[in-house]
Design a protein around this ligand. Structure first.
Ligand SMILES: Cc1ncc(COP(=O)(O)O)c(C=O)c1O
Length: 285
C-alpha cells in the first residue's frame, strides 16, 4: 500500500493503512453493497452525472439509502484527486455494520462509505490489440446493478487471464452479453453493434459515449443482440470500460478477428473518443 495515501471512510479522510471496516460490515460478510468508478482526467470528473445516475439506480435497486447529495459526493471526491494526473475515483457503499449476521436487512444501520483515488495505468498493448476468449455467462440476472459482489466476474476474468487473454466475452443462451468488466462492441457488415441494455449487462458509461460519438459522426450503429455465430464473422471486436477505454480485440478463441490487425473503425473511434475527452475536460474547467 502506498504510504500516506489518503482515503475517505465514513466521513473522514485518513491514511489508507489506518482505514478499517468492521468484520460485521455487510459488505465483508455478504458482498451487500454497490460501487462506482469515475475516470478523472487532470482533475475533471468525466461523465460525473452519468455515473451518479447509475449509482442512484444501483442504490434504489438494492434499497440502500443514499447518504449524500450529488454536490456532497463531488465535494468528497475533490480532496483525493491529484489534478496533474489521469486517475479514477473508486467508491463503494455497503448496507452497513449490523450486530449479527442475518440475511434480511438490519434495522437502523448507517451505510458504510469508502472512497479512494488511484492512477489510471494506460493499457500498454492497446495499439496492438488483445486476445479474448468466449465463456459461458454464469452470473446472476441482475447484472445492471453495479454490485461489489463480483465473484462471478472475477472467476471469469481469471479464466481469461489463464488463457493469456485480456478479457472474456460472456455468452448467455448463445448470445453475447458483455465482458467480465467491460461492454462489448462488434463491427458486422460495416455496422457497429452492441447488445441492448438489459438486466444481463451493466450499462457502461463508456458504451454510451461511444454510441453518442457514432451518432454525431454518422457511423452506422445499432443496439441489438449478437449471437455467438455472428460474433465470429465480425471484422472488429472491441471492449469498452472507464479504465481501459476502448480496447481492440485481434484474436478470439485462438482465431484472428478480421485480418488479425487493429481495425480502421477502432482507429477512427479511438481518435474521436480522445477528442471527446479533451473537449469535455476543457469545457468543464
Ligand atoms: C461488468 C461490467 N460491464 C461493463 C463495464 C463498463 O462500464 P463503464 O464504461 O461505466 O466503466 C464494467 C466496468 O467496470 C463492468 O464491470
Amino acid at each position: 500500500m502506498t504510504k500516506n495515501k489518503k482515503v475517505f471512510l465514513n466521513g473522514e479522510y485518513i491514511d489508507a493503512e489506518n482505514a478499517n471496516v468492521s468484520v460485521m460490515d455487510r459488505g465483508f460478510l455478504f458482498g451487500d453493497g454497490i460501487y462506482e468508478v469515475i475516470p478523472v482526467y487532470n482533475g475533471c470528473l468525466f461523465c460525473f452525472d452519468e455515473h451518479l445516475d447509475r449509482l442512484e439506480n444501483s442504490l434504489k435497486l438494492t434499497r440502500i439509502e443514499n447518504p449524500y447529495s450529488r454536490s456532497e459526493w463531488r465535494e468528497i471526491m475533490l480532496p483525493l484527486i491529484d489534478v496533474t494526473k489521469n486517475q479514477y475515483i473508486y467508491f463503494q457503499i455497503t448496507r452497513g455494520t449490523a450486530e449479527k449476521r442475518d440475511h434480511a436487512f438490519p434495522a437502523g444501520v448507517k451505510p458504510t462509505v469508502f472512497m479512494m483515488c488511484n492512477d489510471i495505468v494506460p493499457f500498454d498493448t492497446k495499439e496492438n490489440g488483445v486476445k479474448a476468449i468466449t465463456l459461458e455467462d454464469n452470473r446472476w440476472s441482475a447484472c445492471n446493478i453495479k454490485a461489489i459482489a463480483l465473484l462471478g466476474n472475477i472467476l471469469l476474468r481469471q479464466q481469461a487471464v489463464e488463457h493469456d487473454c485480456a478479457e472474456a466475452i460472456l455468452v448467455r443462451d448463445n448470445y453475447i452479453t458483455e465482458g467480465a468488466a467491460s461492454n462489448v462492441f462488434a463491427v458486422i457488415d460495416g455496422v457497429l453493434i452492441t447488445p441492448p441494455k438489459s438486466n444481463f449487462i451493466l450499462a457502461g458509461i463508456t458504451r454510451d459515449v461511444i454510441l453518442e460519438i457514432a451518432d454525431k459522426n454518422k457511423i452506422p450503429y445499432s443496439e441489438e443482440s449478437i449471437s455467438l455465430n455472428a460474433l465470429k464473422t465480425a471484422s472488429e471486436i472491441w471492449f469498452a470500460s472507464s479504465t481501459r477505454e476502448i480496447l481492440p480485440v485481434v484474436e478470439l478463441d485462438n482465431s484472428l478477428v478480421g485480418n488479425g490487425e487493429v481495425g480502421q473503425l477502432w482507429r477512427t473511434m479511438n481518435d474521436l473518443f480522445q477528442n471527446y475527452k479533451t473537449t469535455y475536460t476543457a469545457n468543464k474547467k
